[in-house]
Design a protein around this ligand. Structure first.
Ligand SMILES: [Zn+2]
Ligand SMILES: [Zn+2]
Length: 135
């Protein structure tokens, strides 16, 4: 048994895996999400505050769904999301497509780099400091 407190309702529950949230809350959160998603489709011009009030979900929860790229907003929505890296307007998530690609590349490179460094043969020439000692 792995008992934890649900991050949503605070009740103890038998934790298995994933987010620290109990089964009833997981279901309720999913229902909230579907409700909000539907609401945004029907009210593309609703503000974050409006969505939060009309659906009785916290703005924090909505923002979390946005970060998880589960909610999308149209370009003319009052909810303006900006790429956290370059400030470009985006419709979901935290970064624009360009930055996401760049970050994926950087990630790959940083994985590849240590290996490349290891494969590089050691330089045979004496170091500048040593040459100075010889003369
Ligand atoms: Zn709960
Ligand atoms: Zn960007």
């Amino acid at each position: 048994m792995n008992l934890r407190n649900c991050s949503r309702c605070g009740k103890m529950f038998n934790y298995v895996a994933g987010p620290t949230i109990c089964e009833p809350c997981k279901k309720a959160a999913e229902e909230d999400f579907q409700k909000v998603k539907q609401y945004i489709a029907e009210n593309p011009h609703a503000s974050l505050k409006q969505i939060s009030e009309d659906n009785e979900v916290t703005t924090k929860q909505i923002q979390q769904w946005i970060r998880e790229e589960r909610l999308m907003f149209s370009k003319d929505s009052p909810i303006q999301l900006l790429c956290e890296n370059c400030g470009e307007p985006i419709t979901t998530g935290r970064f624009c497509a360009k930055c996401k690609t760049n970050m994926a590349n950087t990630l790959n490179n940083s994985f590849a780099r240590p290996q490349q460094a290891l494969q590089k043969p050691e330089k045979k020439e004496p170091k500048a400091g040593m040459r100075f000692l010889d003369t």
